[in-house]
Design a protein around this ligand. Structure first.
Ligand code: HSE
Length: 433
């Protein structure tokens, strides 16, 4: 009977999960693939490191060449993070004639065009379901299941670490460092957790999804990106009082003017599906012209959810499905540019704003005057009573606006921050309409 022998490079959290699935669920995987899919070789950086699973000594090596030279191995899970040596390793694996499955979204977001071109030239494939959304099957949903649609919008919670941190702050009253440390302990966070909390990880994933869903051709750093690193507990609390939750949303919205893309903490009305996504879960709400709205939710990070996506890709590669879809995928192909990327300042939305102000007559009139001059109209306002914790004589002014352009809202805030009765920086977040 035919057997697909698999290589694994990198035995961290995800690599260990993949090895576990392949060894503990051989029969299930054999049934799904129609033949045996088995682990053939594992490449690690340090052979002396203690491991959760043990391997026969001839199976585990610290030399990539043992794997690339092994002609029985046809597909390799490339599971080391970061850019280098991950990129060079990926190219060497492709050159050695093997297909690739990867979870490394940073590598794809940065070097996707080069890697995909080389794979296509060599007649190999790269499968990457695990690179976005962990165990939530968004890549194949967009690339295959929704391929009859023009995708009109995509709203996603794409970073499990940020969602976990904000949920724990909201629900358990944890402070930011405690919640981040727990996300790291649970294996959700990137090696450099700044990528999670400053929104970079979500922007990389949004770039991959936008290439796939809209035929956008952009680099992830071109996406306007604000993370949760400056999110304050008081805003979670004011949002709750107004009937909202704050989520780090990655948004791609198509209009006649082009495609608007951004990542930022956003107020979502409580009770809406995206607002209720808690912990390390990811979710995507995608609208297609034929299908309407589709909502997907699943574990966005963690060992076994991510391994679930990697092994699904392995099965698809083993049966030959990936080879077919990879050739036709609208991702880093040389196809025409199908959508114009809209300048971020031209985008528009409803906003939540908060200012610390001196509590004296006329302050509100000054602020509303500035907003009015910039065509930003106030929809509702809460002036919080003076509370303990605020310097004496100062109060927070919290407001929601009607639709305004991003540029106008930004300019208005800058001007308001210059007013003598306004203290410190203003806070501005989008409200999902
Ligand atoms: N650090 C990522 C997250 C892992 O928290 O979502 C999955 O890409």
């Amino acid at each position: 009977m035919e057997t697909t022998r698999v290589g694994v490079v990198g035995l961290g959290t995800v690599g260990t999960g993949v090895a576990r699935l392949l060894t503990e669920h051989r029969d299930r995987i054999r049934r799904r693939a129609g033949h045996t899919v088995e682990l053939g070789r594992v490449v690690v950086a340090d052979l002396s490191k203690p491991r959760e699973i043990s391997f026969d000594s001839e199976m585990i090596t610290d030399r990539l060449s043992d794997l690339t030279a092994d002609e029985e191995i046809s597909v390799v899970c490339q599971l080391i993070g970061g850019l280098e040596p991950a990129r060079s390793i990926m190219l060497q694996i492709l050159e050695s004639g093997k297909d690739i499955v990867t979870a490394n979204k940073a590598l794809l977001a940065e070097h996707g065009p080069e890697l995909f071109d080389r794979a296509r030239e060599l007649g190999r494939s790269i499968a990457f379901e695990a690179s976005v959304g962990g165990g939530m099957p968004i890549i194949n949903s967009i690339g295959q299941c929704l391929s009859a649609n023009r995708i009109d919008s995509l709203h996603g919670i794409l970073n499990g670490t940020s969602n976990f941190i904000v949920s724990q702050m909201e629900e358990q009253g944890w402070d930011f460092p405690t919640a981040l440390a727990e996300a790291q302990a649970r294996g959700y966070a990137e090696a450099d957790p700044r990528m999670d909390i400053d929104g970079s990880d979500a922007a990389q994933k949004l770039a991959i999804l936008s290439h796939l869903a809209f035929g956008a051709r952009l680099h992830w750093t071109d996406i306007s990106c604000v993370g949760i690193d400056e999110l304050e507990f008081v805003d979670l609390e004011y949002a709750r009082q107004l009937g909202f939750r704050i989520k780090l949303l990655a948004i791609a919205q198509r209009s006649d003017a082009g495609l608007e893309l951004h990542v930022s903490p956003t107020l979502v009305r409580s009770g809406q599906p995206l607002a209720e996504v808690r912990g390390s879960f990811n979710a995507v709400s995608v609208v297609g012209d034929a299908v309407g709205r589709v909502f997907l939710q699943g574990a966005g990070a963690g060992q076994m959810p991510t391994a679930s996506a990697v092994v699904a890709d392995l099965i698809d590669t083993a049966v030959g499905r990936t080879r077919i879809t990879f050739q036709t995928l609208e991702l880093w192909s040389h196809g025409e540019v199908r959508v114009k990327i809209r300048d971020h300042s031209e985008g528009s939305g409803h906003y939540y704003m908060r200012f610390m102000v001196d509590d004296h007559p006329g302050v509100l009139a000054e602020i509303s005057g500035v907003l009015g001059r910039h065509q930003v109209s106030i929809a509702s306002l809460i002036q919080q009573p003076e509370e303990s914790g605020h310097p004496s004589g100062q109060v927070p002014l919290v407001m929601m606006t009607h639709r305004a352009t991003e540029g106008a809202a930004g300019r208005a805030i800058e001007e308001i921050e210059e007013l003598p009765s306004v203290r410190g920086s203003g806070v501005r977040m989008r409200v999902l309409s």
